[in-house]
Design a protein around this ligand. Structure first.
Ligand SMILES: Cc1ncc(COP(=O)(O)O)c(C=O)c1O
Length: 375
């Protein structure tokens, strides 16, 4: 059986058209964008055009877009800037954030730079907005609210507008980790009450190591990497030219085909749910997969047995790539912090399947067939 890749929330295959757009900047157009002669002017233009493309698609201003190395750097930057430059002293987050957020807020908390609160979750894994409201209302200090737009393990989506309005009401800064939604969701940042969002090209068929940080024009943060004058003095260092060009091209293609691709991928996710329910006893799903949920992610629980405990390894042996709701260390499954927070049932084994436009229903059939044997 050919390899089946159902781990698109981890990363995606580079789209050939994106590689085509990047190639000149890996070969002939190699000038340093800061050089004043023609080689440099060409590559500078490519970066600024990429910025304009990204800004236009997200309905933001080009000056609000900073190119970074990816989601982790963007979230680190936004969170640290909110504390050090924007006077936030209280961070409100959730226990099911990506580690790029959780480890950053824990660092700031341990460093005594901010107090830290975790918002409660509802049984379906969504944020309890009443609890968020209470935390904001009761806070004596300026807050940073940092929450995922779509959870990378269970796919639950935040109502970004509702949370943004709450933050506005209480004068809080709002950072939303949108790494799983940029390139998978239509943004209109002019109309979205958010201060920071993040993106990573490799989640939507672009190159790895290329990301963005959106910083709303109404806030001013200090430089985050010191040195040269790149990224308008904010992030020094010679730019990842081909990565930036690739980011813009990948976003352009993802946006152009959004309706068609999202409908297709959602259909595949629902089909997989149906097939699993039909063929595997006592299967269940985490989060809110048919409700406010990202169409690319499906988090599945299997009853724990000797066989199912080895499921990721068995899938791998069968050329099927999926990931745990878990980090695997030398054969032992450690339950992920997300699954633990929403469903602390030690009798279940969780697998995340995540899809892209390159997957097919036939692949779903093959995977379900294999699961029938393996579970
Ligand atoms: C929700 C979320 N945030 C942040 C990241 C980190 O992004 P990157 O790998 O580009 O640093 C990821 C990627 O796994 C993610 O899924």
């Amino acid at each position: 059986m050919n390899r089946i890749y159902f781990d698109n929330a981890a990363t995606t295959a580079l789209e050939p058209q994106v590689l085509d757009a990047m190639m000149p900047y890996l070969t002939t157009h190699f000038g340093n964008p800061s050089s004043i002669y023609s080689y440099g002017r060409e590559t500078r233009l490519a970066i600024e055009n990429a910025r304009k493309t990204v800004a236009k698609i997200l309905n933001a201003h080009p000056a609000e877009i900073f190119f970074t190395s990816g989601g982790t750097e963007s979230s680190n930057t936004a969170i640290i800037a909110a504390i050090r430059d924007l006077d936030c002293r209280h961070i409100i987050t959730s226990p099911i954030e990506h580690h790029a957020t959780l480890h950053t807020v824990e660092f700031l908390h341990c460093n005594k730079e901010a107090t830290l609160s975790y918002v409660k979750l509802l049984p379906n894994g969504h944020i309890d907005t009443n609890d968020l409201k209470n935390l904001l209302a009761e806070s004596k200090e300026k807050c940073l609210v940092t929450l995922l737009h779509a959870n990378n393990e269970i796919g639950n989506m935040l109502d970004i507008n509702e949370v943004g309005e709450l933050c506005k009401l209480y004068g809080a800064i709002f950072h939303c980790d949108t790494v799983q939604t940029v390139g998978h969701f239509p943004f209109n940042l002019r109309k979205t009450p958010v201060h920071f969002i993040t993106g990573a090209a490799h989640k939507f068929h672009g190159p790895k190591g290329a990301g963005i940080l959106y910083v709303n024009e109404n806030i001013k943060i200090k430089p985050f990497v010191h040195g040269g004058s790149q990224e308008r003095n904010m992030r020094a260092g010679t730019e990842n030219l081909y990565g930036i060009v690739g980011f813009a091209k990948a976003l352009e293609l993802a946006t152009k085909n959004y309706e068609q691709d999202s409908t297709y991928i959602r259909g595949m996710k629902i089909y997989m749910m149906e097939q699993l329910k039909k063929h595997i006893k006592d299967v269940s799903f985490n989060g809110d997969p048919l409700g406010r949920s990202l169409y690319t992610v499906l988090s599945v629980n299997f009853p724990k047995t000797e066989k199912s405990e080895m499921i990721l390894f068995s899938l791998d042996i069968n050329n099927i790539c999926a990931s745990g709701g878990s980090a695997c260390t030398s054969g032992a499954n450690a339950v992920s912090h997300v699954i633990q927070a929403i469903n602390n049932d030690l009798n279940l084994v969780t697998v995340r399947f995540s899809f892209s436009k390159y997957n097919t229903k036939e692949e779903v059939d093959n995977v379900v067939e294999k699961l029938k044997e393996l579970i």
